[in-house]
Design a protein around this ligand. Structure first.
Ligand code: AMP
Ligand code: GLY
Length: 423
């Protein structure tokens, strides 16, 4: 089989590495990919939003399966265009990717189908939002409706901050058209867990749990980022929590989408908050998490291509999804200054240390191949994943491997997975 992956981050590298293990696959392509993906796939210089070019390429190469990794092309309808051209593709159509593409939609869906989430109101103008805030309890959470690179969420401690937030989202359009609508919701406290799942329109099978570290600095300080590291499984995701979520969150979400005429096939990522009142949905994503994929996929025993095809064909019930009984930790190596200002173009040394080492992975996120070698090309540069028999061992291994690689301005958090010590 020939497989095409759409995207260019650490998540797509993890997907490509998983696809490369499939005995069914002969050739892997990635649009546009990155330097690391280029070691296991053929990268083609086509942007993830260049739909016409992607479709033309997939037809010309007779691609058997396209996997769309990123949110923007999913929400923009790339799956529909590939399908219209008679191609097989893994991911939700545009009318289902709205689950991630519009927070107002997803909140209304949860309300309508009694899926536990924070209480909220949707707004389409700043005046009404401000009037609502006058009577609200603080802290409070403001969310731009649309996609905003994971940055469209503001947690405001008082009225003044919240009014400023409404202004930046709805009037100054800090997140562009993503701020045409806005959700204001109750602030929740608890531990966060990410649960990714395969969905075939009716059946849902969840993967092993993970936890992301979204803030830039140790101790969950600093700005929100795309994710500074992950661990899997989450020891806080107990069997009891799993049972609750299966009954009140996972299947109800899939059924709700089907009932709305928005059959969901692909990945649903449940961002959960384990509150005192039970698990609640923080957000839905319509794709693998980044960097959750970097700890979940290396632990998956199944052939990812087989599972993706079962989703497309509505036969996920025939798959016995299995994960290794171990743990993985991913430490993101970023450029100092991320997520605000950072320099790029520095040579990366030590990548060869990963060659031939089982259970250690160096997933590329922001890297570029030049004539002088591989250089940094983004805020998040690499995701260093290591497995271990348990979280403690995986964490020690990941931090050991994080030292194998060096580049100017290298920055990482030192407390990824440290929370496990609380258990
Ligand atoms: P989201 O993009 O919706 O996942 O939000 C980004 C981050 O903001 C989440 O991972 C949480 O840490 C935080 N967050 C979002 N919604 C809430 C909420 N209702 N209460 C507390 N924290 C939240
Ligand atoms: N790690 C969070 C996300 O992928 O949105």
């Amino acid at each position: 089989m020939k497989v095409l992956i759409v995207g260019s981050g650490g998540r797509e590298h993890a997907i490509a590495a998983s696809v490369a293990k499939s005995s069914k696959v002969d050739e892997i392509y990635c649009a546009p990919g990155n330097a690391g993906i280029g070691m296991i796939a053929q990268c083609v210089p086509i942007g993830a939003m260049e739909f016409d070019k992607i479709v033309a390429f997939a037809k010309e190469k007779e691609i058997d399966l396209t996997i769309v990794g990123m949110d923007d092309p999913l929400v923009g309808g790339l799956v529909d265009e590939l399908e219209a051209a008679g191609l097989r593709v893994f991911g939700p159509r545009k009318n289902a990717a709205i689950l991630e593409g519009s927070k107002a939609f997803s909140k209304d869906l949860m309300k309508k189908y009694n899926i536990p989430t924070a209480s909220y109101e949707n707004f389409d103008n700043a005046k009404d939002a401000e009037a609502y805030l006058e009577k609200a309890k603080f802290p409070i959470v403001l969310k731009a409706d649309g996609l905003a690179l994971g940055k469209g969420v503001l947690i405001c401690k008082d009225l003044e901050e919240a009014k400023e937030g409404v202004k930046s989202i709805m009037l100054d359009k800090k997140f562009g058209s993503a701020g045409n609508q806005m959700v204001i919701e109750e602030f929740m406290t608890g531990r966060e867990v990410s649960v990714l799942s395969f969905v075939d329109g009716k059946t849902i099978k969840t993967m092993t749990s993970a936890q992301d570290h979204k803030r830039a600095m140790d101790g969950d300080q600093g700005l929100n980022t795309g994710g500074m590291g992950t661990f899997s499984p989450s020891p806080f995701y107990t069997e009891e929590v799993d049972e609750f979520c299966k009954k009140y969150i996972y299947q109800p979400t899939v059924d709700a989408m089907a009932a709305e005429g928005r059959e969901f096939k692909g990945i649903i990522f449940f961002g959960l908050m384990l509150t005192e009142a039970g698990p609640k949905v923080l957000e839905y994503n319509a794709r693998f998490g980044d960097p959750e994929a970097q700890v979940v996929l290396p632990r998956m025993k199944n052939d990812i291509v087989e599972v993706a095809e079962a989703c497309i064909d509505g036969k996920l019930d025939e798959i016995d999804l299995q994960f290794e009984d171990n743990a993985a930790v991913c430490v993101v190596l970023a450029s100092e200054g991320y997520p605000v200002n950072y320099e790029k173009g520095y040579a990366i040394h030590g990548l060869e240390a990963f060659e031939g080492k089982e259970d250690y992975y160096c997933f590329h996120a922001g890297t570029k191949k030049t004539e002088e070698g591989i250089v940094t090309n983004g805020g998040r540069v690499l995701g260093i994943t290591a497995k271990g028999r348990n979280l403690k061992e995986a964490r020690a291994n990941a931090y050991e491997a994080a030292d194998w690689v060096t580049f100017e301005n290298k920055y990482m958090r030192s407390d990824i997975g440290k929370a496990i010590e609380e258990v």
